[in-house]
Design a protein around this ligand. Structure first.
Ligand code: NAD
Length: 353
């Protein structure tokens, strides 16, 4: 930690965190503000003495720590399967992400809507806060293609809510096209959001989750990537997307191996198509319009015929909704004996092998 850094003591998880630079996060052992006159800090390596004066402490005359209890920690709804949890969902301004965030909020979670789209993201947070449930939603501007941005999002989340229990790496883009049609720039764009974006989320969030596990060794945290059925089976003229999603499952399996000792579970959820979301239904750029205009579905004369063509490929005969995905997320969070899995939620369109 640099000289003059201002750090915060976050009561909920007994952690000292720099407000600006997450890599310098350190933690206390079992410090209670009223009792302790001394804090042992596990990193930097040597133990240092901290003198408490009022709401501030000075550590070895090097930097000042502001003692700040997390305001929301005890204010959340007492009920709900995610009560008191802190969740970041990337790409949550619309589509699957917006549905996921709303349903987890309804289950009592404090949520961070991390998205490029400030207008929709802020509106979604305002809408949730107006429900008056007691838990809190926050919009944080975030570009998952930038590690600096995901670091900043995680730092702000910790400073607001006192920790992170779950990150849902959901932000994703799709640019379909044949090999001839797809240029390097398009391939790079899709890969940066869908593949690198997942890595950036994991890189930013793991220092915090590891500290939480150090403080509470029995504590589990979760990383969940929203993958796709296209991460399990190739997608014709849609290789930029499918390739990144396949790669995402490789990341999930590898992260799961590396992070298991810290009780950080890492899993992917692989949804089927969400026909009501903007990706498919946007009247200008949606996939229904694109596929109809491109003649991708032989003989289809209307959007309804395009939709029926895709629905016929699903044994359960329906599309996938945020509710279906959140049921999978809740399962993955609540169970304590599974990691590194890719869980299909595709109405049977993709089955495990
Ligand atoms: N819609 C489907 O049918 C479907 C099916 C299977 C899987 N998925 C996956 O679900 C996830 C969400 O898809 P969707 O259909 O809801 O998409 P969407 O296009 O409706 O929403 C994506 C959101 O991500 C945000 N975003 C885009 N780039 C970003 C970036 N660099 N940083 C931060 N935010 C960014 C957008 O602003 C938007 O709010 C994706 O990972 C997608 O691959 C979607």
């Amino acid at each position: 930690m640099n000289q003059n850094d201002i750090a915060q003591y976050i009561a909920g998880i007994r952690m000292i965190a720099s407000g600006t630079e997450l890599k310098t996060v350190t933690r206390t052992t079992d410090f209670k503000k009223k009792e302790a006159q001394q804090i042992n800090i596990s990193a930097p390596a040597e133990l240092v003495e901290i003198t408490i004066t009022s709401n501030y402490v000075t550590i070895n005359n090097a930097f000042t720590v502001q003692i700040k209890s997390h305001p929301n920690k005890n204010a959340s709804r007492p009920t709900g399967r995610m009560a008191n949890k802190v969740v970041i969902v990337t790409g949550a301004a619309q589509g699957f992400g917006a549905g996921i965030v709303e349903l987890l909020f309804n289950e009592g979670a404090n949520v961070v809507i991390a998205d490029l789209n400030a207008e929709k993201g802020q509106a979604a947070a305002d809408h949730l806060n107006a429900l008056g449930y007691g838990n809190t939603a926050r919009f944080i501007a975030c570009d998952v293609t930038s590690l600096e941005s995901t670091d900043q999002c995680v730092a702000e989340t910790v400073n607001t809510f006192g920790g992170i229990d779950l990150i849902v790496s959901n932000a994703g883009v799709l640019r379909a096209g044949s090999i001839e049609e797809t240029d390097a720039k398009t391939f790079d764009f899709v890969t940066k959001v869908n593949y690198y974006g997942y890595f950036n989320c994991v890189k930013s969030v793991t220092p915090v989750m590891k500290i939480q596990n150090m403080v509470q060794p029995e504590y589990y945290a979760d990383i969940i990537q929203i993958n796709s059925k296209s991460g399990l089976k190739g997608s014709n003229k849609n290789f930029s997307y499918a390739g990144g999603k396949f790669g995402g499952i490789g990341l999930t399996e590898s992260f799961a191996l590396e992070l298991a000792p810290y009780k950080i579970k890492v899993n992917s959820v692989c949804p089927g198509n969400f026909y009501e979301g903007p990706l498919w239904s946007d009247p200008v750029n949606g996939l229904f319009v694109q596929y109809l205009n491109a003649g991708k579905v032989p003989g289809a004369q209307s959007i309804e015929e395009v939709k029926q063509f895709y629905l016929k490929q699903v044994p359960l005969g329906k599309g996938c909704s945020p509710k279906d995905v959140v049921k999978a997320i809740l399962y993955l969070v609540e169970q304590e004996n599974e990691t590194g899995q890719a869980l299909p939620v595709s109405g049977g369109q993709e089955m495990l092998r």
